[in-house]
Design a protein around this ligand. Structure first.
Ligand SMILES: [Zn+2]
Ligand SMILES: [Zn+2]
Length: 329
């Protein structure tokens, strides 16, 4: 089946990424309208964890969280809100020429084989460098390392009788081979607001898996940029697709446009056919990606962090090292 593997990366994606990284909001031809513009202020997601499907919350498999992640709030967090453009980033421009992803339809299944490194995307330099701006808030000591991602997902997923919880660790993968994690950091807080990430909104966890907790400007989305429904960004572990932040007609989606699992149903192009089908969206606001699984997620035993609702194994060390005591200050 090797010759049926397809690459989803298009030649134009690098240019679009560069435009997005320059901070511009990409508009279609014609006058800009308000719904295309990313919000400068977002509600902080802290505390929005539920143990059933609730819109605007994460239906979490885990009831307890260990301390970890960023050890200090930056000035971009204030009064129950946060300001994405004011957030410090992990600097760097590290390429990953060995990054691989293969996605193939095999009968009723979609096989995804990847090494977890970002295809056609550069990352910040990890571990976070001592003395850098990011180091003042988040001393992520982990280096980005290749992973073994082998997923056998239903190619035509169906909605389960009941939604199910989302665990910590990988809950989906982008078409560029990057793990999608839920919107929580190890401490159960709003990861996108608290944790310091690179220019693509990515960082590594303790086994070195590079991942996103939120929408990344480095995920190709030519259709969204052109004022249409966003392109497919990746697959969640229940087999449903997750798309960028633009809905039908190029409307920038909010939680109120989506159900508790962070999806909706309308006509989409799925494996080359127009079908009316459920799918998820990333949004700018918490929970950023899914709030629950609409279908039945597959087990990912080698990833180890309980995406099926199992308790994760106790970590050998905190995901992020706590800061050393300040020397005499
Ligand atoms: Zn993370
Ligand atoms: Zn949609």
């Amino acid at each position: 089946m090797a010759n049926s593997f397809r690459s989803f990366l298009r030649p134009g994606s690098i240019l679009l990424t560069a435009v997005a990284l320059a901070g511009g909001v990409i508009h279609s031809a014609g006058p800009a309208v308000a719904h295309e513009v990313r919000k400068a202020v977002l509600p902080l997601g802290d505390g929005h964890i539920a143990f059933r499907p609730v819109a605007g919350s994460i239906f979490a498999c885990d009831a307890q969280f260990a301390p970890g992640g960023a050890f200090r709030d930056g000035p971009w967090i204030s009064g129950g809100q946060w300001f994405p453009d004011g957030k410090v980033q992990v600097e760097g421009d590290v390429g990953w020429p060995g990054a691989q992803i293969r996605i193939a339809r095999e009968g009723d299944f979609r096989m995804i084989i990847a090494n977890g490194l970002p295809v056609n995307q550069k990352t910040g330099a990890y571990p976070v460098a001592q003395g850098s701006a990011a180091y003042a808030y988040d001393r992520n000591p982990n280096a980005i390392a290749p992973q073994v991602i082998r997923l056998q997902l239903p190619a035509r997923p169906v909605e389960a009788a009941q939604p199910s919880c989302v665990g910590m660790g990988m809950i989906g993968v982008t078409l560029t081979g990057v793990g999608i994690f839920n919107g929580l950091d190890a401490g159960g807080r709003d990861a996108a607001a608290h944790e310091i990430q690179d220019h693509c909104n990515g960082h590594p966890e303790r086994r070195g898996q590079y991942h996103y907790h939120s929408w990344s400007p480095c995920i190709p989305d030519e259709s969204g940029a052109a004022g249409q429904h966003s392109d497919l960004a990746g697959y969640m572990l229940d087999g449903f697709g997750i798309y960028g932040p633009m809905g039908e007609g190029g409307k920038r989606l909010e939680n109120s446009d989506l159900d508790a699992c962070h999806g909706h149903t309308h006509s989409i192009n799925w494996d080359g056919q127009e079908v009316v089908m459920y799918h998820y969206h990333f949004t700018d606001e918490y929970p950023y990606s899914i709030g629950c699984f609409k279908g039945k997620p597959v087990a990912v035993p080698h990833m180890g962090e309980g995406a099926q609702g199992q308790r994760p194994p106790p970590p050998r060390m905190p995901p992020h090292m706590p800061p050393p005591p300040p020397p005499g200050r």
